[in-house]
Ligand binder design. Structure first.
Ligand SMILES: [Zn+2]
Length: 375
């Protein structure tokens, strides 16, 4: 009996091409030990429309095949060789119809490797979504798309805002439960308050420094640090002043709004220690008022951080914005300054973000954890 006629061969990958199909078949000879072969149904078959030529969509069985031309080539005894059987075709770009459940992860890994080596961004997100639904049904296609872009980009910049830190239990300044609903920042975090209402200014920043004491970087910060170490991201520009990206281990961090962990004299600009600020001491050099190194309303952004961030963003082919409402100029303009792909991750998403290539609604740490599982 012809082996190909039996029911032992199962569809491992079924691909639809224009006017035909390509199928990788597999047979489990012993538990965990498979042999594979390729089956091609090309468009020069007279009875192409005859359904009996197609592997079934809904079952793992392959129907009896009419023509020996359908089955060609040799059998492969390893997964690596099996995938090589498909190399003759741009198989990642074809229409995936079926993936054997036991091979989902292996097919996905093979696909990722092919895409990275040969296709890059030529595989569009529509095709990628189809693959991810078959291979990684437990992941949202958006996570899969982001993980694929991340692995295929040559220069990635991440821009983070307050939402990056909310999972460290630092209040988000602009969300509904944020600080600013209780205390109007325009009256406190200003050069005017620093000069004319120092007691209030000092109280406000002492409170914020105190609130940070019990907070540490969360899993999402650690993932970004690991990604930098692995070369997946090249820089982080942050609107946060909490220093958590540094604390998590990132090195290329640009603090666009300064740092609440650094202090200096408002008058002579010499640096000071945190406890000197908290104890409300005056500058030991000139007697001036001490202040945290954050950007106050009415002040310019630190020029070097801004310039360096811009330079990274301009050469990025992927910019990932995490946890910022993008209301703060000029950071709000950053994503539009790149010709690369743009991704927006935030707990709250609205219509104003429509100009991003990919929008993921969710908490920073949770989204990053899922994407990290795929890279
Ligand atoms: Zn001074």
């Amino acid at each position: 009996m012809n082996k190909a006629m039996g029911n032992d061969w199962k569809t491992i990958i079924s691909l639809g091409a224009e006017g035909g199909s390509i199928t990788l078949l597999g047979k489990e000879q012993q538990p965990g030990q498979w042999v594979f072969k390729k089956a091609v149904n090309e468009m020069n078959f007279d009875d192409l429309e005859d359904e009996s030529f197609q592997p079934t969509e809904s079952t793992e069985e392959v129907r009896p095949l009419k023509s020996s031309l359908y089955n060609r080539g040799k059998e492969a005894t390893s997964w690596e060789k099996a995938i090589k059987l498909l190399d003759h075709y741009p198989w990642p770009l074809l229409n995936p119809r079926e993936v054997h459940p036991a091979f989902r992860k292996r097919v996905w890994n093979a696909l990722q490797k092919e895409v990275k080596e040969k296709y890059g961004y030529r595989i569009d997100s529509h095709r990628l979504n189809k693959w991810s639904k078959l291979c990684l049904p437990e992941y949202s296609p958006k996570m899969v798309t982001l993980s694929t872009w991340l692995q295929n980009s040559t220069h990635t910049t991440v821009l983070t805002g307050a939402g990056m830190s909310t999972e460290s239990n630092i209040p988000d300044f602009r969300s509904k439960e944020g600080w600013w609903n209780n205390i109007d920042p325009r009256t406190v975090a200003t050069t005017d308050a620093l000069r004319n209402n120092y007691d209030l200014f000092h109280e406000f920043y002492s409170m914020r420094i105190d609130a940070l004491k019990g907070c540490t970087p969360h899993k999402g910060h650690e993932i970004l640090a690991a990604w930098e170490y692995k070369g997946l991201i090249q820089a982080i520009a942050t609107q946060n002043v909490d220093g958590f990206h540094y604390a998590a281990g990132n090195k290329n961090v640009y603090e666009l709004h300064g740092s609440i962990q650094k202090f200096h004299c408002e008058n002579c600009a010499k640096s000071a220690k945190e406890d000197e600020f908290l104890s409300k001491s005056n500058c030991k050099f000139c007697g001036g008022k001490l202040r945290p190194g954050v950007v106050l309303f009415g002040e310019m952004l630190p020029e070097e951080s801004w310039t360096e961030s811009l330079s990274h963003i301009r050469k990025s082919d992927l910019v990932i914005v995490i946890g910022t409402s993008l209301e703060v100029y000029p950071a709000s303009q950053l994503p539009q300054m790149t010709s690369g792909k743009t991704v927006y991750i935030n707990a709250e998403v609205d219509a104003s973000h429509h100009n991003f290539d990919l929008i993921i609604e969710g908490k920073a740490g949770e989204v990053l954890k899922l994407v990290d599982e795929l890279v």
